[in-house]
Design a protein around this ligand. Structure first.
Ligand SMILES: [Zn+2]
Ligand SMILES: [Zn+2]
Length: 254
């Protein structure tokens, strides 16, 4: 069985687990070990199945828990050299990866894809396992060509829908922060995500999960409505985490 566990998604922390039978990999670890442990337990993930921790970029909401979790689980951390040079998880084993160079961990075939984001060398990951493709793509101001291709090929994709345009512009953030978020190296708004999802909608049974929703500049309802309206996908088929501390398990194949 191939499953994706969305443990956390957003600026309070990000963590996704992809599990094929009794092997799993974790992408990002933005929460403490104890919080992550509790949420993994809730979703029925056996921690001893997790073989590696992959890091997309060095922002705190993606790496805060990397050191403690890698040590507790006794697993290596996979990231590219620039990311490795930009945060300090303490004493852990590293495996160096490069964007657009495929690598393998157990039965997972993984390709890091370039994102556009204000970090040293940020990436997204597309993971092939059990004959299915899974894309985890957040923290990008817009979609790069390889991201588009991966979204087209995905059976399950977490796509960033960080903010609603109007909420961001009318909201409380200072102007420079608004510009950073909305910039080409910031985050994707609901409408941007909707456009990418629509333009790559070749697989009829592809499952879309909206990720990294801002708690100040977005709501799950608005994100789902915008994407449903623009893409024609039925609203109930578009999932996302509903509140802080929410988690989800999605079965990609049985
Ligand atoms: Zn983030
Ligand atoms: Zn980030």
């Amino acid at each position: 069985m191939l499953e994706v566990q969305v443990i956390a998604s957003g600026s309070d922390g990000n963590c996704t687990v992809i599990q094929l039978d009794d092997e799993a990999i974790m992408i990002d670890a933005g929460l403490s070990y104890s919080k992550t442990h509790k949420l993994l337990e809730r979703e029925g993930v056996d921690e001893s199945a997790i073989k590696a921790l992959l890091v997309t970029h060095e922002h705190a909401d993606h790496v805060n828990g990397v050191g403690p979790i890698a040590r507790k689980l006794g697993i290596p951390v996979y990231c590219n050299p620039a990311t490795l040079g930009s945060f300090n998880p303490g004493s852990v084993d590293f495996s160096i990866i490069q964007t657009l160079q495929r690598f393998r961990i157990g039965n997972f075939d993984i390709l890091p894809l370039p994102t556009l984001h204000d970090a040293a060398d940020p990436c997204a990951f597309t993971v092939s396992a059990g004959g299915k493709n899974i894309l985890v793509a957040t923290d990008t101001g817009r979609f790069t060509f390889p991201l588009r291709q991966a979204l087209e090929d995905a059976d399950f994709a977490i796509v960033e829908a960080n903010y609603d345009n109007r909420m961001l512009h009318e909201g409380p953030y200072p102007e420079p922060l608004k510009r950073r978020i909305a910039g080409d190296h910031g985050h994707m708004c609901n409408a941007d995500s909707a456009r990418e999802i629509k333009n790559t909608a070749l697989k009829p049974d592809r499952t879309i999960f909206l990720g990294h929703l801002s708690k100040h500049n977005n709501t799950p309802d608005i994100a789902r409505d915008t994407v449903a309206e623009y893409t024609g996908i039925k609203r109930y088929k578009i999932d996302c985490l509903e509140f802080l501390g929410d988690t989800r398990t999605v079965t990609v194949s049985r």
